[in-house]
Design a protein around this ligand. Structure first.
Ligand SMILES: [Zn+2]
Length: 344
């Protein structure tokens, strides 16, 4: 029953702070930097949504929140954080109460029934139900037996609409370091680059073949959002990475005493590699990989990558070559085989 307590956990309180004249002046005197956008947003309201377990077999987010709440503090960890670092008390250096003057934090478990069953989803991938037509289509949900997941999608949509920033935490099947998929808003891309991740891939979140992802929904409602994949589901460091990412996400949204953003302690060498997604390839009949391509392999233009019955051998089509992102380890017809991304 312990897991049930995680279904909707709500921390903090609405501060309902209105702008003081001093704050208004400082806003007016600033120039048009990205930080101003952040600041502008922060001074109005700041409600953070941390969305976990959109897929029921991805445990790192819930485990990370469990640790953060046990310690009652945020953790400082870089992109190379290891599981053993979590036992170092000096890294838990920001009491969580220190956030509550500025932040309302909501932790939301996306699919608690799938979590109970340790399965990705019951009937339909929850992360493809956020398109407005799907959200409103009770009849189809009834016919296809995914009413539960539709109901969860509606609840999550309400939380997104009420948020000022959304972090969506996942793990994946390939053995790779953390990477961030920001929505296509300047604020999302800026924040993603400040997180302890190895890669930032812009635009990918909106390029799934089916659409209807959480980040599509957040973009529709003009709410900045970032999805982070923390690495392989059962990797020994995946929870530590999730703890570092969630802690960093929350502390980035709180202004420091000087009234500017806490930049974190990342060194230049820790800065993520930023790339932009070009498009997704679809799995068709007869699909097979022509080689083993680990996550983020770089392939030169015209390198044969996969084949299927319709297209024969398919080569890398991107001028100057491209990175292979999220290559499917168990390709399903109609789903994405991979995404092409170019270095920025
Ligand atoms: Zn996932």
């Amino acid at each position: 029953m312990e897991k049930v307590e995680w279904i909707e956990l709500f921390l903090g309180m609405d501060h309902g702070k209105s702008l003081s004249s001093v704050e208004c002046e400082s806003r007016a005197s600033m120039t048009g930097t990205l930080n101003l956008c952040f600041l502008d947003k922060l001074l109005k309201t700041c409600r953070s949504l941390v969305s976990l377990h959109r897929h029921g077999n991805e445990f790192c987010g819930v485990e990370a929140i469990r640790l953060i709440l046990q310690k009652h503090s945020l953790f400082t960890g870089d992109v190379n954080v290891r599981a053993e670092n979590l036992s170092c008390d000096t890294r838990w250096n920001r009491p969580i109460e220190s956030l509550f003057d500025d932040l309302t934090i909501e932790f939301l478990v996306g699919n608690p029934a799938a979590l109970e069953k340790n399965t990705r989803f019951l009937k339909r991938n929850l992360n493809r139900l956020f398109d407005i037509h799907t959200l409103c289509d009770d009849k189809r949900a009834e016919n296809e037996g995914y009413r539960y997941e539709l109901q969860r999608a509606r609840i999550i949509t309400e939380s997104i609409r009420n948020a000022d920033f959304v972090l969506d935490v996942h793990s994946c099947s390939s053995n790779v370091g953390s990477f961030a998929l920001p929505s296509s808003m300047d604020l999302s891309e800026e924040l993603a680059e400040k997180l302890p991740v190895k890669y930032v891939i812009e635009s990918l979140a909106h390029m799934t073949l089916e659409g209807g992802t959480t980040l599509d929904c957040a973009l529709l409602h003009d709410v900045p959002s970032v999805c982070v994949e923390c690495g392989q589901h059962s990797h020994p460091d995946v929870v530590a990475r999730a703890v570092a990412v969630i802690s960093s996400f929350l502390s980035l949204q709180v202004l420091n005493e000087a009234g500017s953003f806490n930049e974190g302690e990342s060194k230049q060498s820790d800065k993520p590699i930023v790339m932009r997604c070009e498009f997704a390839e679809r799995v068709s009949c007869g699909f097979e990989w022509l080689n083993q391509f680990p996550e983020f392999s770089f392939v030169p233009e015209h390198t044969p990558v996969f084949r299927d019955n319709d297209r024969g051998d398919v080569e890398c089509p991107i001028k100057g070559g491209a990175f292979i992102v999220m290559p499917s380890s168990s390709p399903v017809i109609g789903e994405e085989a991979l995404f092409w991304a170019s270095a920025k």
